[in-house]
Design a protein around this ligand. Sequence first.
Ligand code: ADP
Ligand code: ASP
Ligand code: MG
Length: 402
Amino acid sequence: MSLIVQKFGGSSVRDARRIQNVAGIIAETYLEGNDVIVVLSAQGDTTDDLIAKAEEINRHPSKREMDMLLATGEQISVALCAMALEAMGLPCVSLAAWQVGIQSTGVHSDARIKKIDSERVRSELDQHRIVIVTGFQGVDRSGDVTTLGRGGSDTSAVALAAAFHADLCQIYTDVDGVYTTDPRIVPEARKLEEITYDEMLELASQGAQVLHNRSVELAKKFRVKLEVLSSLERKPGTKVKEVTKVEKTNIAGVAKDTSIARVALIGLQHNPGVAFQVFDLLGKNNINVDIILQSIGREDTKDISFTIHRKDREEAESLLNEHKDVLKFDHIESDDQIGKVSIVGVGLMSNCGVAAKMFEALYEAGINIQMINTSEIRVSVLLDEEDVNRAVKAIHSKFFDE
Ligand code: ADP
Ligand code: ASP
Ligand code: MG
């Protein structure tokens, strides 16, 4: 007998028929003699609809109340799924994160799971019940509901798999695995049989929303056996693991991210401590910075450009403006019509021609690069947003068609 965690995303539980389909998969796993913990997302576009509802009432609601609202979506799914299993005569219980004891930090809309209490879930499993848990949410020290960031249900699933030493964590979604790029943009994309944790983490962090990046981080840390597969077709998915065969293409895939903005501080003083002051201020306000570029400006000044999540742009600009006296910059320039395209692969480490091949593809497509950033296994370029899909296609075809 094994313990299996099965997570189903929004499209997999979109309506009554899809919930019944999901209940069928869960029932099969349970009736094979396994313990099953299920994690569900909100149905279809529920989370987006809830955000739109909030905007009708208040353009700038507090993050606490926003979390209180968004967490309701997942609660609907788990109760409905439990009802579907009940109708099949199977013992089950649905639980919200606060009932399980999924303890998180108090950073509303971007909370991190700190610890999961085992008592309640363990006792339900001991009574042979299927346990159905709300994804995407936690509870902080004061007992307030938090959410884990968009796409965070994957992270709830992996965290539960780690906490209960599950034998397998299956992420069921609307594609049948991880592809070399988003198959909705490039229909020629190829399905990967397996991918390393490191490559998957980079792809997810660079915008491949098939897995939430923190779920991959946790899976790597706690060695969770992870598999991405389709809830609609019964076929093998993609295994995410420590080591895989390196393909001769050198890269595992191409990712894009159009949820970013670029902010530039122009005319900063060319003194020690300036970068520290800027990024310390942003960090203390939970604004994550990605690519940073410093360049020499006019008359012994410097400019610092950086990218952040688009949703943080207004807040970052007003914070920086509030501290203009201390930071002593001339002005801020910002742009949210940008996007980032990345190639990822462990093969990049040993092959120096890979980055050039990516740049060649962009040159041939006549696409201009604004910034470049690399890690050991990734090269990212910042582009105009309107060039992003074309860039993904050109780069993908350069690496996988030739
Ligand atoms: P869920 O609702 O099940 O969590 P998501 O929409 O979050 O599903 O993630 C699945 C989607 O991720 C796919 O429909 C696909 O468009 C997108 N995607 C982006 N990059 C990739 C990739 N490399 N491989 C597979 N899917 C990808
Ligand atoms: N429902 C949340 C979202 O839409 C969490 C998730 O689906 O993983 O972002
Ligand atoms: Mg998702």
